[in-house]
Design a binder for this molecule. Sequence first.
Ligand SMILES: [Fe+2]
Length: 410
Amino acid sequence: MRIAVLSDLHAFCSDARKASDGKAVLAPSLIDFSAPTRKPNIDPLAGFIKLFESGDIAPPDLLIVGGDLGDKADTHAIQSVWKELSSLSGKFSGTKLVATCGNHDLDTRHKQNKFDPRGFLRTLEPGFPFPNPAEHRINLLEYWANHFSILEDDQYRILNINSCAFHGFGSDAEPELERGRISDITLDSIEEQLKTAVKAAPHKQNICLFHHHIRPVSTDAFDDTSTMKGSERLADMLSKASLGEWFIIHGHRHRSNLFCIGGNSAPIVLSCASFAATRTGDEHNPCPNQFYVIELEEAKSGEIARVAGTVRAWNWTPSIGWQSKTSIPGGLPVISGFGYRGYIPDLAKSVAAAVKASGKMIWTDLISSFPDLRRLMPSDHASLVEALEASGVIATEADGQIKELAPVNA
Ligand SMILES: [Fe+2]
């Protein structure tokens, strides 16, 4: 199945952002709904929509949005993004749109009313974050009432968690705005529901969506205190073999990564770069604007679903638009994989033996002989290249992918 993922658009309206002296403020995003025109090579959302409408990217089964559709609760921008994305998904009969709430989407600045930060999002048309109320009325109510909802389809199940559920509430309301949270009550309810759901249909792909980070992205120059409280318990829970394997998608800090958060059946995590935010106020962020197209391998009939597949990253190049030909340092490579759970040196040994026997091997031959090569995360890919070198085989690489392997001195 194919999943298109975009996160942290931070769309805004420049007309509403004039400073007190009447001058325009620094743009938080490349998506400005006050702009006189929105061309596909200038506006990332217009460019994204064009890629799907023109058929450059095949329609996905799922269109997932990781939150922060707008910047600082810009209601017009949030409504406009949501309308454009639901209209895009509506053009393809097999595409389902699902979003989750980001901290910038909530009206914690009380622009709309003085008491309900979620009120505005609940009035969005179509319904947010599940835009098909006829089909997903219960999901919609559950998401806002229980802080999570599980959407089941024939092929997949999505656990959609509201990591901003406590924004604007509690005795520590100010610090709560700076981080995400999944409470013990929510975690217990999720586990109870998943036990039954996964047992009844173990062949479905499990996808978990929320906005905040599951682990911090601190550096010396950047102290990240916004990680979701309760994320350790969530990671432990989703690592239990009885609940199946999980693919986690989140946004928030605009840092891209693809990693495994634990042991052999632990979730694979896609931390998304921002789709369109500028670096204003985030100068230490090395990551380009990206969105992703994930190909998840489907379980064979009667089998339990494994989380394995590939991620294609699309990079935004100013005045050119979206491209997925060349990797940009700081972001995910154009192509990366996930789902290999074995021992890299053993894989390297087998590959090295095959290369030495044939003299040279190109990527397509390698993949047909060793399909696990497609399932390596960027860190595993680097380990494999090192292990191959130690075994006397040199890899020619481009854009995070091995193109050709040959024995040393071949
Ligand atoms: Fe955020």
